[in-house]
Design a protein around this ligand. Structure first.
Ligand SMILES: *Cc1c(COP(=O)(O)O)cnc(C)c1O
Length: 384
């Protein structure tokens, strides 16, 4: 059997044609494809504004700055996420604090968020970064109620969850990244994510001020917009108004992103089918608990995580069969960088217990039925 990774991009001939067309065009970067990708992505998530960036980490960094995280601010996030969800706070000069996860959904535990906010002086925490881990949407309607009580902003890390949605307390469908409850949301287009551009990211928001700030910071803090210039010396004139970055994404990659976005529904459908197949295969096996999903949630299945006491044995056994599962994630507070800031094993027991047993199985649109069966047979074979 071919090498089977846990996640993989799916590039088709029409993707390649779209990129080649841009390569033959006037613009390789800062051309019309950036705007088109942003507009189509905004429409897809149902938000007002979208800003494309060089990667998801740049999107997080710019969002942290635009949401006003400044030195001295403390920000809450989950330990079960990719490092960038927390690192962006430190880039902006703020301090990270973690909240343990819910043991069923593996998402940041909203009760614990509220407890933590209640126990501290008002204003201690200025922002919360919930992560739609594995593709499971966080209940942002409920988090918004909590955040409002304590004056916190919400930055949704939706890198795992384009197209996912939940039903809010009023019965309305809320898509990840639509920013009806979050101040801003971020996505990544790294090849293991749903939409692959090689490197790429996006911020979505409904807030015009945040949108304009991120656009400015994305390109060195430089503007030519006559409306906001402090002076104007002529047609050549531009101003650097803030210390920004070069976090732009080229037109070449946006052309690929637009083409990939057209196929997202199929992608999500395929991932859900594979998840259903895994659920059916393992449902009668007490040694392999499968994901528990609330009703009225549409899961994006960036990851399909099982829990097993035999994680290491299973991981090695599957690797010998050319199946490369992965562990998402080593809790962030256990990473040396964060340990050196004072966190230690035992601080977040639910996340740590989850880490002892979690394993992400292969799930991606081009995983064939034959490969799916091969994975299932291998896992059942290990346990029998
Ligand atoms: C992938 C990912 C990021 C970072 O995205 P890059 O595009 O790789 O910079 C941030 N947060 C989460 C949860 C991710 O999975």
């Amino acid at each position: 059997m071919n090498r089977i990774p846990y996640g993989k991009h799916h590039i088709t001939e029409d993707d390649i044609r779209a990129v080649v067309k841009t390569l033959r065009s006037e613009y390789l970067t800062q051309g019309p494809k950036v705007d088109e990708f942003e507009q189509k992505f905004a429409q897809f998530t149902g938000c007002k504004y979208a800003i494309a960036t060089m990667n998801g980490t740049a999107a997080l960094h710019l969002s942290a700055l635009a949401l006003g995280i400044t030195p001295g601010d403390k920000v809450l996030t989950t330990p079960i996420t990719f490092a960038a969800s927390a690192n962006c706070v430190i880039y902006a000069g703020g301090k990270v604090d973690f909240v343990d996860i819910d043991k069923e959904s593996f998402l940041i535990d909203l009760n614990r968020v509220e407890d933590k906010l209640k126990k501290n002086k008002p204003g201690t925490y200025t922002c919360i970064i919930p992560v739609d881990f594995a593709g499971y949407p966080v209940r942002l309607d409920l988090l918004r109620d909590i955040a409002d009580k304590y004056g916190c902003r919400i930055l949704e890390d939706a890198c795992h969850a384009p197209g996912a949605y939940y039903t809010d307390k009023d019965g309305n469908r809320q898509a990840c990244g639509n920013c009806n409850y979050a101040d801003a949301a971020v996505f990544s287009f790294h090849p293991v994510k749903h939409i692959a551009t090689g490197e790429g990211g996006m911020v979505t928001t409904n807030n015009r001020t945040i949108y304009e700030k991120i656009k400015l910071l994305r390109t060195h803090g430089i503007t030519k917009d006559p409306e906001i210039l402090e002076e104007n010396h002529g047609g050549w004139y531009y101003e650097m108004q803030e210390l920004g970055y070069n976090y732009r994404i080229p037109d070449i990659l946006c052309a690929l992103g637009i083409s990939q976005l057209q196929k997202i529904d199929k992608n999500l459908e395929q991932r859900n089918k594979i998840a259903q197949k895994y659920n059916n295969a393992f449902q009668n096996h007490p040694g392999i608990p499968t994901p528990v999903i609330q009703k009225q949630v549409f899961h994006a299945y960036h990851l399909y995580v099982i829990l097993t006491d035999e994680r290491k044995g299973l991981y090695n056994y599957l690797k010998d069969k050319n199946i490369f599962t992965q562990v998402h994630y080593i809790p962030l507070h256990m990473q040396p960088y964060y340990r050196h800031m004072g966190w230690k094993r035992g601080d977040f027991p639910v996340a740590e217990a989850y880490y002892e047993r979690c394993l992400s199985l292969p799930i991606y649109p081009s995983l064939s039925e034959e490969e799916q069966q091969y994975v299932i047979d291998a896992i059942l074979g290990y346990f029998s």
